[in-house]
Design a protein around this ligand. Structure first.
Ligand SMILES: *C/C=C(C)/C=C/C=C(C)/C=C/C1=C(C)CCCC1(C)C
Length: 236
């Protein structure tokens, strides 16, 4: 790995472009969240800190993914999943910290983390280890994903938010949108990337898996962090 990549980016290389801009955006977001910590009310400080950790971990991985992709032309599957296995559980911590204000117990956090690890490990198998069965691995991953959606939409997270303050209800409402809409971006990237020989082979060439994942990460890591930031500034 070079410290400074000297390889040129062709103007039509959108994959490299999104890796580059993703690196800068994750770095900028991290600086923002870390610096804002000192003007944040004490009750929200841990949430803002975790937002900064998520974008910081992503910034470092994007730095490597950008270089890997530019020098090999390949998808950085390994770095991608290492990033996710660290940042998605931290997003579960964010969900927990918000619902904790409504009385969530630590068991909820472990359920969410457990489901997210299953979701990611099965996804990695489908993309990198046993690609000919990508549809089955993707289905297993999708079941774990639906379980998380269930918890947030109708399960413990939803029940807890009902009896709490308007600010927490609003927070849980936006959290649900991220899990249902923001996270649903990823299976689309997965299907594009693993389409060869699967029932969804029509999706082959319908775009770039990496661009879809890079958009998903920007929405879910930076966007979600900003939603928490704006909640931390709300007056109720
Ligand atoms: C910051 C990174 C985030 C929020 C990553 C989230 C990733 C997912 C929700 C991935 C989900 C997948 C499926 C639901 C099925 C196909 C395999 C995956 C792993 C792409």
């Amino acid at each position: 790995m070079n410290l400074l990549t000297m390889l040129p980016i062709e103007t039509n290389n959108y994959v490299a472009f999104t890796f580059f801009i993703g690196t800068m955006a994750m770095m900028a977001a991290s600086v923002f969240f870390f610096f804002e910590l000192s003007n944040t009310a004490a009750e929200w400080r841990t949430s803002i800190l975790v937002s900064g950790l998520i974008t910081f971990i992503a910034a470092v991985h994007y730095y490597y993914m950008r270089d890997y992709n530019l020098s090999t032309g390949q998808s950085p599957i390994f770095f991608r999943y290492v990033d996710w296995i660290l940042t998605v559980p931290l997003m579960c911590v964010e969900f927990y910290l918000i619902t904790k204000k409504a009385g969530a117990k630590i068991g909820l956090l472990w359920k969410l983390i457990f489901a997210s690890v299953i979701m990611l490990v099965t996804g990695y198998f489908g993309e990198a280890v046993d690609k000919s069965h990508a549809a089955i691995w993707g289905l297993l991953s999708g079941l774990a994903y639906f379980y998380i959606v269930y918890e947030v939409w109708m399960g413990d997270v939803a029940k807890l938010s009902k009896g709490s303050t308007p600010a927490v209800q609003k927070a849980v409402g936006s959290l649900l949108k991220f899990v249902v809409i923001g996270w649903a971006i990823y299976p689309i990237g997965y299907m594009i990337g693993t389409a060869d020989g699967q029932w969804y082979s029509f999706m082959k060439g319908m775009g770039s898996m990496d661009i879809v994942y890079n958009i998903g990460d920007a929405v879910n890591k930076i966007g979600f962090g900003l939603v928490i930031y704006s909640l931390s500034r709300s007056k109720d």
